[in-house]
Ligand binder design. Structure first.
Ligand code: AHR
Length: 317
């Protein structure tokens, strides 16, 4: 068996090159490049396909569901062997998933869920998105230890499963802690630029000294918000505690510099497990579990974030 080093297979790992079924053509409908995490997922998906000798047809939807539906129809017309779909929003997929099913092309969801019957896709490779939010809420509740805290929330893309689930999870995490109150909650669309703009509006509306914590549905929005907090003359990570999700290198650096407090890791390697499941299914009909869950690890200032930052950067993240 031949092995090739790949990035982000957990941390660094070796992936077997496919002995058979190495002539597969896979369509990948990616949302866009709204965040550092998303860019890394695209890189890893290309690497994982290449390591297996698969031909990857890549379509960037530029944040639009209509572009994703068009791309899926294109893949179906080309007769690809399988489709990877990172769905921008949760609803509106039934028709195109049914078309893929009629054409006998398995679809695997990556990193986000859809509101559709599970028979319409082969499996979903995602984290537990509710759990991630809950971990963030529980971390903040422990950190505040009963002290009053007015929280602002930067939501992800409206209608996307991580925005819905991470919001619900955080609310579960702070439930029963009457000292904690979410005073503002708005979408920042998972981008740095919107994270900054919306944080500026929160600071203006609430008054700079009246916000105790920021919960952002991803690190990129938190990094944008850090800039806004600094420009308002406050110390991010101290005057305003910050917890977010993804664990991209810049978040580790911000924690190491004391400008952010916690992040929950989301691996960009969804494609490894997705392509393994697809290959096994195409080779001998092995049915994967409907949900292949990736890990969610909490990083805080107690971790050596400088070292993790350097390790992730050295892997090309
Ligand atoms: O669906 C995963 C989320 O989408 C990531 O947390 C975020 O950074 C991305 O854009």
């Amino acid at each position: 068996m031949t092995f090739k080093a790949t990035l982000f297979a957990g941390a660094v790992a070796l992936a077997p090159l496919a002995a058979a079924a190495d002539d597969l053509t896979i369509g990948f409908s990616q949302i866009g490049s709204e965040s550092g995490w998303r860019a890394a997922e695209t890189t890893v998906t290309r690497q994982q396909a290449e390591a297996r000798g698969f031909d990857l047809k890549f379509a960037d939807a530029q944040q639009k569901q209509e572009n994703q539906i068009k791309a899926l129809r294109g893949f179906i017309a080309q007769g690809v062997d399988g489709i990877l779909l990172a769905p921008v929003v949760a609803t509106g997929w039934d028709d195109v998933l049914e078309e893929a099913q009629e054409a006998e092309i398995p679809v695997i969801l990556m990193d986000r869920m859809v509101d559709a019957d599970e028979s319409l896709y082969l499996t979903a490779v995602t984290s537990d998105l509710v759990h991630e939010g809950k971990v963030a809420g529980e971390w903040l509740a422990a950190e505040m230890d009963g002290a009053p805290c007015r929280i602002v929330e930067l939501q992800g893309t409206t209608g996307s499963s991580p925005a819905i689930d991470r919001k619900a999870g955080f609310e579960q995490g702070i439930e029963g802690h009457d000292n904690l109150e979410i005073v503002r909650s708005q979408t920042g669309d998972f981008t740095r630029s919107q994270g900054k703009v919306v944080m500026e509006s929160f600071l203006k509306a609430e008054g700079a000294g009246n916000i105790c914590a920021l919960y952002a549905h991803n690190d990129d929005m938190a990094v944008g918000a850090i800039q806004a907090i600094k420009e308002a003359g406050l110390a991010p990570g101290k005057d305003i505690r910050i917890v977010a999700i993804d664990a991209v290198p810049d978040a580790h650096l911000a924690i190491a510099n004391g400008e952010m407090n916690a992040t929950i890791e989301l691996t960009p390697n969804m494609a490894g497990p997705a392509l393994d499941a697809l290959q096994a299914f195409l080779q001998d009909g092995t049915e994967p579990a409907k949900w292949i869950q990736t890990e969610s690890r909490l990083y805080t200032a107690a971790d050596d974030n400088k070292a993790v930052y350097e390790e992730k950067k050295s892997l090309g993240y």
